[in-house]
Design a protein around this ligand. Structure first.
Ligand SMILES: C[S@@+](CC[C@H](N)C(=O)[O-])C[C@H]1O[C@@H](n2cnc3c(N)ncnc32)[C@H](O)[C@@H]1O
Length: 613
């Protein structure tokens, strides 16, 4: 067998098409990158260090966010059981898992741990870490610089591995090169039905299981989306049915925040791989810190701890079983629907260059335009403080110096002002902006699909439906909502009210995705899945309730608005004041717990809200 060895890699002689594909042909590590990353790469006695020398943007392109040393060791200690184990690390990066595997195998009595460890990565910097970490020549057939998804078993690798340790790149579907996306979704993988909108990590998982021995173990560091995203459903199903036991533990401590990555982290442990499907589901749990995670894994291993198996999402871990039962009872009510039963949610318009297309009042003058050359647009959710977006809300936003005018280029042939303004757009940028190329007329971002209402994309305090009273459009920081024709004006208002109830806000927490700074994000399909209670109420009661709640919101009294919504919608649900209060507290806890540096929330309510009957 041909073998190649490296002692140290100083000059970067690799020319990798894969790296070019993911990182761009212009990227090569600089001397500074190499020097500092090598230093940080010496993990024999280090913590995972942020790779500040390489720009965050470049690291995002290849998903280079390294696992903290402590976590790598916790997972290696669990996943590697005997001295004879063979370990695969599909994207070894800073070599934290390789080093942890080395330590573990050595501890189990191996005289040559490196011989049992295999891996790959596309990044040359990873290979510099490799030579440093093992402090000895490294076999480059064992550690390949290749796209893992193109790695086949055999050759210099064993056919199968007993153990997989992985923290793969979290590269979302839309950031995978288009051609590569097509290739990936056309292939068949260890996990059937991976494809469609899958992020890169899902392909890594699918490919890894095809390289895992019967009875093998895997430990993965995954993004929160692994437990929630629709595209990951086949992975979840496979894991539950193809392993004797499988647990997903949400780590509340944000482990990668300092590294510039902000997704919630899920630790996936899969034990006892079986190629033939059985029955089973993933157990779900949480740990506040790495110390708690270590203890949880130890307890799980010996059957002292068992995760939740009711199929609930991470947010629901903040509910007690009684609260969950109450929530589920409301969800089972005959009046319970989803937002999607009443409306379609779509992203707002993508201009490709907001500062050029969406103007403030002052930039109109600079642009040589007048208000009549523009149409109103909702460019930030905060511009709509109530349950309606009105002419006066738009005017207030403009007065505050916010962007609110979308240039209207329909009449450009007869509007010399507009023609002059369009001619100021930089000619080079004009050809480089992808969004422009997708449009038949580059300067016409408005698709004339004016929505009935709006929903936020990202928010801290839960979603709110705002009715569009001025027939304007929104930019893509705000979702557009189109009511189905069967829903009438009263339904629209009741939907806006109902979405503010404690019940719907909990539902929104459950279907949304949590991001680093504590924001909750709803993609359009997520928003459509939010549950709402739509009891039969008198027209007058809805009108009055809508106006009251709108007023509360405009006065900045979100708690008052929510209490009024609960009173109107949950009033006849059979929920006692005490039970409702518990749900409100649970909602507060859920919101608090999505904040990365949140303090533990005391389960006591400073302002219990009575439930009016
Ligand atoms: C999230 S980092 C994790 C690194 C390492 N597994 C750890 O736990 O610290 C992801 C790694 O995937 C590598 N990578 C990205 N795309 C890859 C691909 N297609 N094949 C192999 N490695 C890849 C990146 O270079 C980066 O080192």
């Amino acid at each position: 067998m041909r073998r190649s060895w490296i002692q140290t890699i100083s000059g970067v002689s690799y020319v990798s098409n894969i790296l070019d594909r993911q990182l761009g042909a212009s990227y090569r590590p600089t001397a500074l990158d190499r020097g500092s990353e090598r230093r940080w790469g010496n993990r024999l006695a280090s913590l995972a260090m942020p790779q500040v020398s390489r720009g965050l943007a470049d690291r995002r392109k290849i998903g280079a966010f390294y696992t903290p040393v402590e976590l790598s060791q916790i997972l290696a200690d669990w996943a590697i059981r005997s001295v004879g184990d063979t370990v695969l690390e599909p994207s070894f990066g800073g070599c934290g898992f390789l080093e942890a595997a080395f330590n573990r195998l050595e501890m189990l009595g191996s005289s040559d741990p490196v011989a049992s460890i295999f891996g790959c990565d596309i990044d040359p910097v990873a290979f510099e870490h490799l030579s440093t970490v093992f402090s000895r020549p490294v076999d480059l057939d064992q550690f390949r610089q290749i796209d893992f998804l193109d790695c086949v078993a055999g050759a210099s690798w064993p056919d199968c591995f007993t153990t997989v340790l992985a923290n793969p790149p979290y590269i979302p579907h839309q950031r995978i090169d288009q051609q590569r996306r097509k290739e990936l979704s056309a292939r068949s993988w260890g996990i059937p039905d991976v494809g469609g909108r899958a992020s890169l990590w899902a392909y890594f998982l699918a490919h890894s299981v095809s390289l895992l021995e019967e009875g093998g173990r895997m430990a993965w560091v995954l993004p929160g989306a692994a437990l929630q995203a629709d595209y990951a459903a086949s992975c979840r199903d496979y894991l539950g049915r193809h392993f004797d036991r499988c647990a997903a533990i949400v780590v509340r401590e944000r482990l990668f925040l300092e590294e510039g990555a902000d997704e919630e982290t899920v630790i996936l442990l899969a034990d006892g791989h079986r190629r033939r499907a059985g029955v089973g589901v993933i157990e779900l749990g949480e740990a506040q810190t790495l110390a708690e995670l270590r203890a949880r894994i130890a307890d799980w291993s010996v059957g002292r701890w068992k995760g939740n198996t009711t199929g609930v999402c991470p947010a629901a871990l903040s509910l007690t079983s009684g609260e969950l039962a109450r929530f589920e009872a409301l969800a089972g009510d005959a009046s319970c629907r989803t937002v999607g039963d009443f409306a379609k949610v779509q992203i707002g318009i993508v201009t490709g260059a907001n500062p050029f297309f969406v103007l403030h009042r002052s930039s109109l003058d600079q642009a040589g335009l007048v208000e009549a050359d523009c149409s109103p647009i909702l460019s930030k959710y905060r511009q709509a403080p109530g349950l309606t977006f009105t002419v006066s809300d738009h005017a207030t936003a403009l007065e505050k110096g916010e962007r609110g005018w979308l240039i209207d280029t329909l009449e450009v042939g007869s509007n010399a002002r507009m023609a002059r303004y369009l001619a100021t757009f930089d000619a080079q940028r004009l050809t480089s902006i992808g969004t422009f190329r997708k449009r038949s007329i580059w300067h016409r971002p408005c698709d004339n699909k004016f929505p009935d209402a709006f929903l936020p994309v990202m928010h801290h305090d839960g979603p709110r439906l705002v009715l569009n009273m001025i027939g304007c459009n929104s930019t893509n920081t705000v979702h557009r909502v189109y009511f189905h024709s069967k829903a009438n004006a009263s339904d629209h208002k009741l939907l806006a009210i109902s979405l503010l109830t404690t019940f719907s806000q909990i539902s929104a927490e459950m279907v949304g995705r949590r991001y680093g700074s504590g924001v909750l994000k709803h993609e359009p399909r997520d928003a459509e899945r939010i549950q709402v209670l739509m009891p039969k109420l008198a027209h007058d009661a809805i009108e009055r309730g809508f106006d009251d709640i709108d007023r509360y919101l405009r006065d900045g009294d979100a708690a008052g608005a929510s209490a009024a919504a609960d009173a109107l919608v949950l009033g006849r649900s059979g929920l006692s004041a005490e039970q409702l209060n518990d749900l409100r507290l649970a909602l507060v806890t859920m919101r608090e717990r999505r904040r990365p540096d949140r303090k533990r929330v005391e389960r006591s309510n400073p302002n219990p809200l009575p439930i009016p009957r």
